[in-house]
Each structure stands twice: as structure tokens, then as C-alpha cells.
Ligand binder design. Structure first.
Ligand SMILES: Cc1cc2nc3c(=O)[nH]c(=O)nc-3n(C[C@H](O)[C@H](O)[C@H](O)COP(=O)(O)O)c2cc1C
Length: 421
């Protein structure tokens, strides 16, 4: 019987344990979590979502305060088009977040940054170019382009001296999206180093419509594998979404994946950025508590716990401080939905916005409890303590469980004295 450890992910001569911990913004996949994956010989992701806020919290900088001060006069204005990011400060924040993480890296694995194209930041092309190139400047091992088709993203880095040496990959959910990407980037003569195939059971935003349940990860992996073989392309495939045990992972390796990307099991790790109270919400969740809805202003469906405080919250848009989802014209679907409610309740009191959510503020405050479809199984991976809470796990324990377990088994952590008694 095979274990995931019987396989290796190969980048040229480099061999890695075929486990990637997926990017989870905003700072849910912390540097500490990503560094553990690298120490153990796999790949960890940090995320550059809301990087100025993340830098302020990690390094006591004041990027957000500065931007808020600059645009304070606009707070009551529903037109946010003048709220821009200072590209120099954006580069600084990215270099701090990425650079300090890379300085702390130990062990044979790698740290990548997850870069969501949908963070359009009222200047989609310029801000993305700064984010990507600053990460390369700061020594990141690789970049995963996510949420958005990223058809032009490789070109934005083409002049960087590390363009051909850093590992660059994309997340797709269909063979069609991959074909479009490869066609668009063909003139750069630079293929992706890896392709993450994210199926419909993943956490965060989904690359499907509301008909997501009709799709199946194994089928998409096989389709993409066949397409690459036909095109004589040899690019490692990474399966993601709903992989809960080492055995699930081995099943994907056997149909041609070179690695798996996992996230949900790590949401209850000590090193994960979610506050402990929120981790307990994840542990307690039952199957009925996990829903897919359209409240994200990005336009993609998103999976979350139905008790998530972000749903129905009517807070004033906070774009002067954040503004990561403003499109190239300063618009955001949440601002529109909020303004509709203000028309109905001009006093601004007791506002509830149901169809969209202020994703920047709520993700930043850990009030949008996005999660994968297997979240209801987390309680089976640990012990319930006498006070009714569940014991958090170490990232190392979860990583090793994926690496070494067989027979769909899940290794329990050492039983705490409190439970033994
Ligand atoms: C809490 C959470 C936040 C996530 N945030 C992001 C994100 O910011 N960007 C992204 O590309 N994927 C995001 N994902 C998706 C994961 O990186 C990963 O591909 C997926 O969840 C793997 O499936 P699993 O959670 O079933 O293991 C997130 C997943 C979770 C659980």
C-alpha cells in the first residue's frame, strides 16, 4: 500500500515532498505555517492579499494609517475612484512581508506566494506588476497566480531577472482555462512550472459557477493530463480541493498528479492565522453549516460557514483604508449593494447588506469564515477537551499525517493529560 511519501514532486533536480499548503488570505496561511511546510520538505504559501495591513500587523509599520489619512476626506463619498495605492509603498510592504519570510526559511522545501488577480486595487495592471516583481525582488521561491485568469500576468514579470528561475504556476479549474493561458503566454516562451487544478470542493473562491457540484476534481485532472500529453508538454499537476487524507492524496498521484495542494486541515493548526475562537467554529461545523454563496464582490462563488459574521453585515465600505477589490474604475459590487440600502435607509442606521459583503474588512478581521467542503470532518482529527473545545494541532502533525498515513486513516495527536484523566 502506497503512502504519499513514496512520491516526490520534481522541479529539475530538486525533489520535494509532494505537499503544498495552499495560500489562504488574509494572513490565514501565515509565514509560520508556510515555513513549517518548507522545513518539512514541502511547499508552503504565504498570500499577498492586503499586504499593507499584513505588514502593519507583522512589523508595526503604518501603511494603512497613512493611506487612510491621505483619503480621509473621501470617506463619505460613494465614488472611490480617487483612492489609489502608492506603488512605492505597495512595493515596500510586499518586500517586507516576503523578504522577512524568506530570511526565516529553513529546510529543504520552498515558500511560494499566492497572488490573487482579483485584487484589482483600483489599478489592476500596475498594482499586480508591483506585487509580482516585488515578491521576486524579495527572493520568493515561487509565485502561484490565483483567482482570475491571469492571461497577461507572466508578461508583467518578463523583464525581471528571476523570471526564468523562480517557480511560476497557475491555478485553473478547467482544461479550457489552461488552454487560454498557454495560448496567451506562448510568445514569452516560458511555460508554467506547475499547474494547480482546483476542484469544486476547495475553500475560498471557486473557479466554477453555481453549478459547481456537477464537477469532479479527478475528472478534470484526467482531462488536463490527457491534454498535456497530446501537446507533449511535461508540467507537474497539483490536485487541490477536498483532499482530506494521505490516501485521498495517493489516489490523485495514481491518476497522474505530481503533488497535492491542501488547506482546510491546516485551518486548525496552531500556526494558522485564524483566531482560536474561529478555529473552534471550524471544528464544530457540521455538513449543513457549510455553504457556497455569491456574497463575494469578486463575482466568484465562495464557500464559507453559514454563521459567518460577514453575511448580512452592513458596514460602511472601508476603501480609504483598504480598497483591494476596487476595479479599474474605483467600483466594487459591495459599494453598489451598500448604496442601495442607504437609499432605503437614509439615516444609515440598522443597515444590513445581504447580497454582497465588504470582503476586505471582513477577511481582515477574520469575520468571513471561508472553508473547504471537508471542514465538518476536522473534529475527527483531534480530541475534545473537558471544557468542550477541540485541541488545535501542530502543522507538523497534519503535514506528516498526509505524508505517511495509509488506509484512509488519520493519525491522532498525542492524547493530552486532560483527556486521559
Ligand atoms: C480558509 C481558506 C482560505 C483560502 N484562501 C485562498 C486564497 O486567498 N487564495 C487562493 O488561491 N486559494 C485560497 N484557498 C484555497 C486553498 O488554497 C486550497 O487550494 C484549497 O482550499 C484546497 O482544498 P482543501 O481546503 O479542501 O484542502 C483558501 C482555502 C481556505 C480553506
Amino acid at each position: 500500500m502506497k503512502r504519499l511519501d513514496d512520491f516526490r514532486l520534481r522541479f529539475g533536480k530538486q525533489e520535494l515532498v509532494p505537499i503544498m499548503i495552499g495560500g489562504m488570505g488574509v494572513d490565514i496561511s501565515t509565514a509560520e505555517l508556510a515555513l513549517e511546510a518548507a522545513r518539512l520538505g514541502g511547499i508552503g504559501h504565504i498570500s499577498d492579499a492586503m499586504v499593507q495591513d499584513v505588514s502593519d500587523r507583522r512589523f508595526d509599520t503604518s501603511f494603512v494609517k497613512e493611506k487612510t489619512k491621505l483619503y480621509k476626506h473621501n470617506i463619505d463619498n460613494s465614488d472611490k475612484s480617487l483612492v489609489q495605492f502608492d506603488l512605492g509603498r505597495l512595493a515596500e510592504a510586499t518586500k517586507l512581508h516576503v523578504g522577512k519570510t524568506m530570511q526565516a526559511k529553513k529546510g529543504p522545501g520552498m515558500v511560494f506566494v499566492n497572488c490573487m488577480e482579483k485584487l484589482t486595487m483600483n489599478g489592476p495592471k500596475e498594482t499586480l506588476q508591483v506585487r509580482l516583481n516585488s515578491s521576486l525582488d524579495a527572493g520568493i521561491d515561487g509565485i502561484t497566480l490565483s483567482a482570475g485568469l491571469h492571461l497577461g500576468s507572466f508578461a508583467l514579470m518578463a523583464d525581471h531577472p528571476r523570471f526564468r528561475d523562480a517557480k511560476l504556476g497557475i491555478i485553473v479549474s478547467s482544461v479550457r482555462a489552461l488552454q487560454l493561458f498557454l495560448r496567451k503566454t506562448s510568445r514569452l516562451n516560458r511555460l508554467p512550472d506547475f499547474i494547480i487544478i482546483e476542484g469544486p470542493l476547495a475553500g475560498g473562491h471557486l473557479g466554477f459557477g453555481l453549478d459547481w457540484a456537477q464537477f469532479d476534481l479527478a475528472t478534470i485532472v484526467k482531462e488536463i493530463k490527457l491534454y498535456l500529453e497530446t501537446e507533449k508538454l511535461d508540467i507537474p499537476l497539483v490536485a487541490a480541493g477536498g483532499i482530506f487524507t494521505g490516501t485521498d492524496a495517493v489516489n490523485f498521484m495514481e491518476i497522474g498528479a505530481s503533488a497535492v495542494q491542501v488547506a482546510t486541515r491546516f485551518t486548525v493548526a496552531h500556526e494558522c492565522g485564524l483566531p482560536s475562537k474561529v478555529k473552534q467554529e471550524y471544528f464544530r461545523a457540521s455538513e449543513e453549516d457549510i455553504i457556497v454563496n455569491t456574497v463575494s464582490p469578486t463575482g466568484y462563488p465562495m464557500r464559507m460557514l453559514k454563521s459567518t459574521p460577514a453575511i448580512g453585515s452592513g458596514i460602511r465600505p472601508n476603501c480609504e483604508a483598504y480598497g483591494y477589490l476596487l476595479d479599474g474604475n474605483g467600483g466594487c459590487a459591495y459599494i453598489n449593494a451598500y448604496n442601495e440600502q442607504i437609499k432605503i435607509h437614509p439615516d444609515g442606521k440598522n443597515i444590513s447588506v445581504v447580497d454582497k459583503t465588504c470582503l476586505c474588512t471582513h477577511m481582515r478581521n477574520y469575520n468571513c469564515w471561508t472553508c473547504g467542503s471537508t471542514t465538518n470532518r476536522l473534529k475527527d482529527t483531534t480530541y475534545k477537551l473537558p471544557d468542550g473545545t477541540y485541541m488545535e494541532l501542530s502543522a507538523e502533525h497534519i503535514f506528516r499525517d498526509y505524508q505517511f498515513s495509509v488506509n484512509n486513516e488519520i493519525a491522532m495527536p498525542e492524547m493530552p493529560e486532560l483527556v486521559k484523566a
